[in-house]
Design a protein around this ligand. Structure first.
Ligand code: AMP
Length: 598
């Protein structure tokens, strides 16, 4: 039985472990450290250093020292709010390459500790990572020489760590995970060793780094009337170095303020003239951190709503992620959920422990535990009229498969374009396109084609779309590859909140679009019928139909859109054409009879 590593590839720190003799353990490097800073220094001569040694270079060589690369993974450099002080293009690496460097380093730590080669791993990612980000993480693993057996959501991993010694319990728990760069909240139900994720929410661009930045700005403001950055820090490199010094000082002070009420921040040589020394209190820090931490509240409430639970129905709220060491975070979490949060887990290690447990389950080293995860965002395709048709709703347990049959909306259409979408909005244009496939089929009347579309989401949350023309039995398969993804990942969290903010408008727009499609269909049908047998109707009937059709057209072209009015105009037109419909049917029957007689 070859071991499978459990890896927490964190924004700030990474960890690796394995199940040994039935126990999940984390592995230490030569210096005895289990936490490896997720930092990679790339010297001009090509030397790559990782971890603590690389962290030291952050001040000396900031432009070639890559940190928080997880914030960039799977996303194009131009996207998102966060712009790092280093330029990966100059270094000649992608976020996937840098993540692979870190993973290779962790693999070495494990191989040294276990004295054997290891080629398989489970890697954790934030629950909110989309397909592109999961795929990118998987690719990084492969580049590092690891077969990635499973991509696991971090809060789920933390719940596994919490629940391993309580397998017989039946509990509903929330995992509140605030790390360096991301925030995740998950609600899970555990019962008899089965872990089911009921709901997840979060923000991929919120964490302790943001608190450090706000604190660093505050320190800079307090540093006196000559702004430190203006004086000698003229070159970009020096400026970045100064800001790295400041962030480091801010982070150190922030951490101290988790246990102390007051600290002195000293930066001896911030620039050649200035020695910085500032007092800061926990209250100062909390004032700056409050708005950031408050941003987690609505995600918690949303996850509760999605899970259909009241805070009182939760048995535990587990805290993980380094930033939950802040007393302010603990206070706010207590307030949101109305109970003292559970701090039994080591905030730095719980996720890695969970990854190790999952790896143990997969390798067979641990038994009696099953894990069911969910998909964080809905997946669907665009249908006629630009509407989103959901195929797999969000919070569906994965792995899963779902499909639907589609047909041609226009006569003699030769192909159907399937746009695969991810998101919560009613209109296709407001969701993200993950990819597209064109399915060719034989031309025929409207509604004659039959194209089955099936979505399969595997246990890693990676999507495969299969489209089948049932007439010819030809299949087209679309693997959602990150290169084909054009998603602004910084907006992942926005998607959910916008779907709520715009729910009313979106729903109106959907009802309007449906009414418009119906109106267009009716008008086309009426025009066709009138040319065929309009002459058989009496004057009154004809006038009535024409005025009803004119009314539909008018409402359809009227701004602002009034869906109710259009629906009622459609209905009147439908009612007015009853005798026309009867005539049409009679016509068709006569024609059929004639054909038979001839
Ligand atoms: P993680 O991504 O879970 O490793 O969390 C890293 C984040 O936790 C960083 O932003 C750290 O500054 C923060 N952190 C670690 N220890 C503390 C502490 N004692 N108090 C406040 N924040 C902390």
């Amino acid at each position: 039985m070859s071991p499978i590593l459990g890896i927490d590839l964190g924004t700030t720190n990474s960890l690796v472990g394995v199940v040994d003799s039935g126990f999940p353990i984390l592995l230490a490097d030569v210096d005895g450290n289990r936490l490896t800073p997720s930092v990679v220094h790339n010297a001009v001569d090509g030397t790559v250093t990782i971890g603590v040694k690389a962290l030291r270079q952050r001040v000396l060589d900031p432009q070639r020292t890559v940190f928080s690369v997880k914030r960039l993974i799977g996303r194009r450099a131009s996207e998102g709010e966060w712009q790092p002080p280093y330029d990966l293009a100059t270094i000649g690496k992608t976020p996937v390459d840098v993540s692979a460097d870190i993973l290779r380093h962790l693999k070495c730590i494990a191989e040294r500790a276990l004295e054997t080669e290891v080629t398989r791993a489970v890697i954790t990612v934030p629950a909110y990572f989309n397909d592109a980000q999961r795929n990118a993480t998987k690719r990084a693993g492969e580049l590092a020489g690891l077969t990635v057996e499973r991509i696991l959501s971090e809060p789920t991993a933390a719940a596994l760590a919490y629940g391993l010694n309580k397998l017989e319990d039946q509990k509903k728990i929330a995992v509140y995970d605030l790390g360096g760069g991301t925030f995740d909240i998950s609600i899970l139900e555990m019962s008899d060793g089965v872990f089911q994720v009921l709901a997840t929410a979060g923000d991929t661009q919120l964490g302790g780094d943001d608190i450090d930045r706000a604190f660093a700005d505050w320190i800079l403001e307090r540093s006196g009337d000559t702004p430190v950055l203006n004086s000698n820090a003229s070159s970009a490199s020096l400026r970045t170095g100064v800001s790295a010094l400041l962030s480091e000082a801010a982070e150190t002070a922030k951490k101290k303020l988790s246990t102390l009420d007051e600290v002195t921040i000293e930066i001896p040589f911030l620039n050649s003239q200035k020695h910085l020394s500032i007092r800061a209190t926990r209250t100062d820090l909390e004032k700056l951190a409050l708005p950031l931490i408050e941003r987690t509240r609505r995600h918690c409430l949303r996850a509760l709503t999605d899970a259909n639970l009241k805070p009182t129905q939760l048995d535990e709220v587990i805290l993980v992620g380094g930033s939950t060491r802040m007393p302010l975070v603990r206070r706010i979490v207590g307030e949101i959920f109305g109970k003292e949060p559970n701090t039994s887990q080591n905030p730095d290690e719980a996720v890695a422990m969970g990854a190790v447990i999952q790896a143990g389950i997969l390798s067979g080293a641990l038994r009696n535990v099953v894990l069911l995860d969910v998909t964080p965002l809905s997946l669907g395709i665009e249908t006629f009229g630009g509407l989103m048709n959901i195929i797999i709703p969000r919070n569906t347990t994965i792995p899963c498969k779902a499909g639907e049959m589609f047909t041609n909306a226009v006569t003699n259409q030769r192909e159907m374009l399937i746009r695969v979408l991810q998101g919560e909005r009613e209109l296709a244009k407001d969701n993200w396109e993950l990819g597209r496939i064109a399915v060719p089929f034989l031309p025929g009347p409207k509604g004659s084609a039959r194209v089955g579309v099936q979505f399969s989401l595997d246990a890693n949350g990676i999507l495969q779309v299969l489209a089948r023309d049932t007439a010819t039995n030809t299949d087209m398969v679309l693997e959602i590859q990150s290169s084909a993804v054009d998603v602004d990942d910084a907006k992942v969290e926005q998607m959910i909140s916008e779907s709520v903010d715009y729910a009313f408008d979106d729903m109106n727009e959907r009802i309007w679009t449906e009414a418009r499609l119906k109106g267009e269909e009716l008008i086309n049908a009426v025009e066709e019928a009138l040319t065929q047998c309009g002459s058989l109707l009496n004057e009154d009937e004809l006038l009535k139909i024409k005025s009803c059709a004119a009314q539909v057209r008018e409402v359809m072209n009227h701004a602002p859109h009034d869906a109710r009015k259009l629906k009622s105009a459609n209905q009147s037109l439908d009612d007015a054409t009853q005798s026309l419909a009867v005539l049409l049917v009679e016509r068709a029957m006569e024609a059929a009879l004639e054909r038979k007689l001839n």
